[in-house]
Design a protein around this ligand. Sequence first.
Ligand SMILES: Cc1cc2nc3c(=O)[nH]c(=O)nc-3n(C[C@H](O)[C@H](O)[C@H](O)COP(=O)(O)OP(=O)(O)OC[C@H]3O[C@@H](n4cnc5c(N)ncnc54)[C@H](O)[C@@H]3O)c2cc1C
Length: 281
Amino acid sequence: MVSSVNVLFSAAQTVLIVYAHQSAGSFNAAVKDAAVDALKKQGCNVLVSDLYEMKFKATATEEDITGAVKNPEHFCYGNETMLAWQEGRLASDIVDEHKKLKEADLVIFQFPMYWFSVPAIMKGWMDRVLTLGFAYTLEKRYSEGIFRDKKAMLSFTTGSHETMFSSNGINGDMNVTLWPIQNGVLNYCGFQVLAPQIFWAPTHLSSEAREGLLEGWCARLQGLLNEAPLTFPPVDIFDEEEGFQLKPEVREKHAESHFGLTVGHHLEKPLPPHNQMKAGV
Ligand SMILES: Cc1cc2nc3c(=O)[nH]c(=O)nc-3n(C[C@H](O)[C@H](O)[C@H](O)COP(=O)(O)OP(=O)(O)OC[C@H]3O[C@@H](n4cnc5c(N)ncnc54)[C@H](O)[C@@H]3O)c2cc1C
């Protein structure tokens, strides 16, 4: 009995790193390699989807389906790919990623920030691999999402300095920038979202400072799988009958609070500080 419990808790965790950088000499490559090493040393099974190396197709098109599509006059990607997924007619590169995703306990998205978001090839991975039915349905999303037993996080480099991505900085608050991907993609599919790992402007640092960033990342990786996730509101505080608005009793409860609930659910109040950057706020 004791040994079966031990086996249960000591089962190797699988980490999928979805990685998007063109160059093996880049800082992103160094960050990815450090993660592979550190996680393997912890006994994790590490899978890497190196998107540029794979020449991963970024566009969501009819070619993602083998055989006839249901409605060629008005091709609807979500519905058609859900049907193809159910019938085993999805493109093999999507099926391969589905297999990795099913195995993964944690997914790390490693990338350089492009236009306040992920590079197109990584957005293409999200568009194509997070298939309707496989990754979400209208009934199974957010806190009731399909991947609610999995974790995911963004790990990325910027060109801008941290001061530029503050609420007083020229780019605006990084918490706001993170909301669409962390809430609209990861939390939407049910993932428990870990705090992002941000490497601010590595290009503008000295070699020693960059090595310091990698050491900090390796230190974080030691406890990464046990970290508490960021906080997002559960679906049951929204009223479906009222167009998924916050329930009146929840609004009342927060009427006196100084801050909104999250970056998105701000209730016309100041944003809760570090809402998308730190667990527990
Ligand atoms: C289309 C596009 C859109 C962009 N949009 C944005 C945006 O919206 N916001 C923003 O802030 N930035 C933006 N950028 C900038 C981009 O985010 C940065 O250029 C990128 O994040 C830098 O990361 P890198 O891995 O490419 O750095 P690299 O230039 O590859 O690396 C930086 C330095 O680290 C060195 N290095 C490599 N390995 C190691 C190691 N092991 N130890 C120490 N040093 C090492 C490299 O030699 C290099 O000198 C954009 C860039 C592009 C091309």
